[in-house]
Design a binder for this molecule. Structure first.
Ligand code: AMP
Ligand code: ZN
Length: 479
């Protein structure tokens, strides 16, 4: 088996994964800011993180992943105040929506999903450590980190620290995303604003301190992996490094992994630009959870993902192909025995799949390994060289792949119904469709064309189209 290599933003190189605690990989993931529904750009990054953790577990590692929920920031405070409710009440709806969305996409929950507002004490303690080391200053009740005191500042994003304005300050969360100056660790309350009364004064935490405090609380001073979208590398992650390493004196993160953006018509999909689709927008247009999961995972995480209708159609067909193939393996009858060439072919696919993911989670290579296998095995089945004992071996391989891809469960209708979408009449499952097709074939064989037409019509009524192929096999697809 190939060693797992991951691209480290810090060194700009592929590096082998060698966890600090043998057998266990500790990961911190910047989670959603819960002032609105997450969009599919956000889910691009979350699906990548899901593939990463599933692959590590497939390789036998224990995974300890922490994801934060940013449930306090300027927008949350403003929106909650405008709605006349507390910030916990305001964010609850979006946290629930996030959990429902991740469930629909088969994204596994991290071992710890933690809210910023439950960790104010940890943040205060971390700020006190920085104060003791004289790395902070206070101005108008807000506490800032003095980046000139941290010589390694800029090492992640390679920004030019010398060009930054010394002593200039930033204290607005949204603004902080593009600014490179002393950043707020703690913000004094504005009149009428929600605040916490703490040892370091009244106020609320800055965005960056959240992640440092929660990451180190659950994972220790040094983490194996920290993930997020590329937009977070600077200044958010740069600031996390500064706060954490200045406080502990230890390296904060060994491998920094950043997912490239999902792009819509040439622009990054983002809430602030307004060019976004939530998952629910796409469900309302009739797209399925598995289609979206496939589309999001199909492009390797360090490449931009261009979101198009065409891409959705291809993704839907690809999922269908995987499901049809697995159903055919489970239900069709083949000649007795086993074919060593098929067994070897399956082993090669497994090795290629694994090697693709070990190479910086290259999902395109992993998927190509599966689709090449599907093509070759389908051909063998059509030619009669596939044997009955090869079927369980091939099913086992598909299930192994699916431990990471999570696309085979035919549960789209169920997931959609849970969210209030979809038809009141459940759609036919893949195995029901396969059974009806077999029954139709049997009817045709005994020349009962009335029955075979009836079945074709029943399938058509449920949105299933049949296609007779040259070699006599039947393919089907959903309308
Ligand atoms: P936010 O809720 O804005 O804090 O973002 C949650 C995660 O989604 C972060 O890791 C972001 O970097 C990531 N993200 C935001 N926009 C996009 C996008 N268009 N494509 C991929 N990831 C994104
Ligand atoms: Zn973060």
């Amino acid at each position: 088996m190939n060693e797992i290599h991951l691209h480290n933003t810090l060194t700009n190189r592929l590096e082998p994964l060698s966890p600090l605690h043998p057998g266990e990989v500790r990961i911190y993931t910047c989670g959603p800011t819960v002032y609105a529904f997450a969009h599919i750009g956000n889910f691009r990054t979350f699906v990548f993180q899901d593939i990463l953790r599933r692959f590590l577990r497939y390789r036998g590692y224990r995974v300890l992943q922490v994801m934060n929920v940013t449930d306090v920031d300027d927008r949350i405070i403003q929106n909650a105040a405008a709605a006349g409710i507390g910030i916990r009440d305001y964010t609850e709806k979006y946290i629930q929506a996030f959990l429902e969305d991740t469930d629909a996409l088969h994204i596994e929950l991290p071992e710890e999903l933690v809210r910023a507002t439950d960790h104010i004490e940890d943040m205060v303690t971390l700020i006190e450590r920085l104060q003791k080391k004289s790395l902070t200053y206070t101005s108008d009740g807000s506490i800032y980190f003095r980046i000139s005191q941290f010589p390694a500042y800029g090492k992640l994003s390679k920004i030019d620290v010398a060009g930054m304005q010394a002593g200039a300050r930033v204290d607005v969360d949204q603004y902080e995303k593009d600014d490179a100056r002393d950043f707020a660790l703690w913000k004094a309350p504005k009149p009428g604003e929600h605040f916490w009364d703490t040892r370091i004064g009244p106020g609320r935490p800055g965005w960056h301190i959240e992640c440092s405090a929660m990451a180190m609380k659950y994972l220790g001073d040094t983490l194996d992996i920290h993930t997020g979208g590329v937009d977070l590398a600077f200044p958010h992650h740069e600031n996390e490094i500064a706060q954490s390493e200045a406080a502990t004196g230890h390296p904060f993160v060994r491998l920094w992994l950043h997912a490239e953006h999902l792009i819509l018509e040439g622009q990054k999909m983002s809430k602030s630009l307004g060019n976004f689709y939530t998952l629910r927008d796409l469900f309302a247009k009739g797209h399925k959870p598995s289609t979206i999961r496939y589309l999001l995972l199909s492009v390797p995480y360090r490449r931009q993902l261009n979101f198009t209708e065409d891409g959705l159609t291809q993704a839907r067909n690809s999922v269908e192909r995987l499901r049809n193939f697995t159903a055919r393996l489970k239900s069709a009858q083949f000649a007795e025995g086993s074919n060593p060439e098929i067994q070897a072919r399956i082993e090669k696919a497994e090795a290629d799949f694994d090697a693709g993911l070990a190479d910086d989670i290259n999902t395109a290579i992993a998927l190509a390994a599966i689709f090449d296998l599907v093509r070759d095995v389908n051909t063998a089945m059509d030619r009669g060289t596939f044997r009955q004992q090869d079927a369980p071996r091939a099913v086992a391989a598909m299930e192994k792949f699916d431990g990471i891809l999570a696309l085979l469960a035919d549960d789209d209708e169920e997931k959609l119904r849970k969210l209030g979408f979809g038809t009141s009449k459940p759609g036919l499952s893949v195995s029901q469709i396969e059974t009806m097709i077999e029954e139709r074939q049997a009817a045709k064989k005994r020349r009962d064309f009335k029955r075979s037409d009836e079945i074709r019509q029943q399938l058509a009524d449920s949105g299933i189209l049949l296609e007779d192929t040259k070699d006599g096999a039947i393919r089907w697809k959903r309308k």
